[in-house]
Ligand binder design. Structure first.
Ligand code: HEC
Length: 133
């Protein structure tokens, strides 16, 4: 108990209280919006996908070096034009496991609604500059 008390840091306490309150007052800061749009897809991608897939979608996020297989390069047109939008939806919603791929690709079905996943797909299509051939 005493150790915990000594480690009590009022600055951290204030900061975390502010964070909790701001997320209640401005939920849009943390939650993806429910409108189908490229912009919303980009925001979700920046927040949730770039640690592994990289800011440019090239698969070189800061976490990528810890993963085997490596995160997919979403800017790889040759690869991404082989995927239908349904394929992308399936792997985003259910994770790598649902698509017979690496389980290091997490499932996002509890984080994002269908519309939010569709927005992510709109953004993915700009990273590869491609559609399904
Ligand atoms: C913890 C790291 C991690 C995060 C975060 C992550 N991914 Fe992935 N993702 C992976 C890995 C690893 C693979 C490669 C799976 C494989 O090839 O077996 C992958 C594969 C994919 C694929 C499959 C490409 C194909 O071959 O069909 C898509 C699409 C994808 N990710 C989208 C996303 C989106 C969208 C997000 C954010 C909502 C995201 N990923 C977040 C690690 C991650």
């Amino acid at each position: 108990m005493r150790a915990i008390y000594r480690n009590y840091n009022p600055v951290i306490n204030v900061i975390s209280t502010l964070l909790i309150f701001s997320s209640v007052i401005f939920p849009s800061l943390l939650q993806a919006e429910e409108t189908l749009s490229l912009n919303n897809g980009q925001k979700s991608y920046r927040w949730y996908c770039t640690p592994c897939h990289g800011v440019k979608g090239d698969g070189k996020g800061f976490n990528a070096q810890n993963l085997d297989p490596r995160p997919t390069n979403h800017a790889d047109t040759m690869l991404m034009e082989k995927r239908t939008d349904d394929d992308l939806f399936n792997v985003i919603q259910g994770g790598g496991k649902a698509a017979g791929k690496s389980t290091l690709m997490p499932p996002w079905g509890k984080t994002f609604s269908k519309v939010q996943i569709d927005s992510l797909i709109l953004y993915l299509r700009t990273l590869c500059n491609c559609q399904k051939l």
